[in-house]
Write a protein that binds this ligand. Structure first.
Ligand code: AMP
Ligand code: MG
Length: 334
């Protein structure tokens, strides 16, 4: 069965907004490619994006909003962010900014990191949809992981079939223009992905040097994990995988029915009913909660290596091999 595909008229966009608020997945056109959108505030809806794409890992997702006012509750809008936003939004520019502690966005969106990638797209259908939803929308490209990015609604239908609740058809997107991703969380602005806005355009607005990722990689040679350009979240204490029970000094992260493991602040469960979507939605928040120096480690129950379990296990294996705090590609401020 193919998913519903509707021309993006007013009725369809209104319907799409209601679906997104209800935690459903909607594919919609942007000026770059079609996005697979979900309410960024609903963890299980965000988990459904990863499940639909069949992504084997939790890459952080870009959060889309209709206007800059919508960013105030989500991120710290630095001076550079204001300058770049005024110059290039709406448009193919994504800014990685410090996430506000009070931001009501699932930690799964940013793969547990303290930053958020945000963008105001220029496509009229995307903007109309975002205004009607009135919520930040997480959206990667609307294709199966590892396949070509879709520039037509029919591509989305071919790639994702019935895994998406609605596809808004807004015609063809401008082909081959991805958003430029600029990180503004370090001392210097860094281009993480080249795209529609050029290095020269960025420097002419900021009136100071903008680094490229490869340069940052060289600068990062002295950091503990120079290859870690997207600076994944890693806990500060050790992680013990496939555990059957916690040691007395360990925190516990269970999955499914925990036989004989009693509750309490140090005893948590990703999904007592053994649901992988729920587990993905709670993973980063619970890891953070248990990441305290008064525990010797976080012991984690086995997670089935199927569906979203593949991405969960990928994340947990990285956490187990990296006990250092998140590594940022640029020097931290101050
Ligand atoms: P896509 O969804 O395919 O456009 O890819 C999104 C890109 O944004 C990925 O390459 C991510 O690594 C990057 N990204 C999203 N959020 C962040 C973040 N908080 N920090 C660094 N990179 C990010
Ligand atoms: Mg993609």
């Amino acid at each position: 069965m193919l998913s519903r595909l509707l021309p993006a008229d007013e009725a369809a966009v209104t319907h799409a907004a209601a679906l997104l608020r209800a935690g459903k997945l909607v594919a919609f056109p942007t000026e770059t490619v079609y996005g697979l959108g979900a309410d960024a505030c609903q963890g299980e809806a965000v988990a459904a994006i990863y499940a639909a794409k069949g992504r084997p890992s939790f890459n952080p997702l870009i959060v889309h909003v209709a206007d800059e006012a919508a960013l105030d509750s989500l991120v710290d809008r630095t001076e550079d962010a204001r300058l770049l936003g005024a110059a290039f939004w709406p448009g193919p520019l994504t800014l990685v900014l410090p996430r506000r502690p009070s931001a009501d966005v699932s930690l799964l969106v940013s793969a547990g990191m303290d930053t958020l990638a945000v963008r105001i797209p220029a496509h009229p259908v995307a903007l109309d949809l975002l205004r009607r939803v009135g919520r930040p929308i997480a959206a990667p490209s609307a294709n199966e992981s590892g396949r070509l990015s879709p520039t037509q609604a029919a591509h989305v239908a071919e790639s994702l079939g019935d895994k998406v609740d609605l596809i808004l058809d807004g015609g063809s997107c401008a082909v081959g223009v991805e958003s430029t991703i600029v990180s503004l969380v370090g001392a210097d602005p860094v281009i993480l992905r080249p795209g529609g806005i050029t290095h020269a355009q960025l420097e002419s607005v900021l009136k100071r040097p903008v680094l490229y990722t490869n340069l940052a990689q060289e600068l990062g040679a002295s950091l503990p994990s120079p290859g870690l350009l997207t600076s994944h979240y890693a806990p500060h204490i050790p992680v013990r995988l496939n555990a059957s029970a916690p040691l007395p000094t360990e925190a516990w992260l269970g999955f499914g029915a925990d036989q004989g493991i009693v509750g309490g602040a140090a005893r948590r469960n990703l999904s007592p009913r053994g649901d992988l979507t729920e587990a993905a939605a709670t993973l980063f928040a619970l890891m953070r909660l248990l990441d305290r120096q008064d525990f010797s480690a976080i012991a984690i129950a086995p997670i089935p290596e199927t569906g979203l379990g593949v991405a969960i296990n990928d994340r947990l294996r990285r956490a187990a091999s990296l006990n250092s705090p998140a590594v940022f590609i640029s020097r931290p401020k101050g």
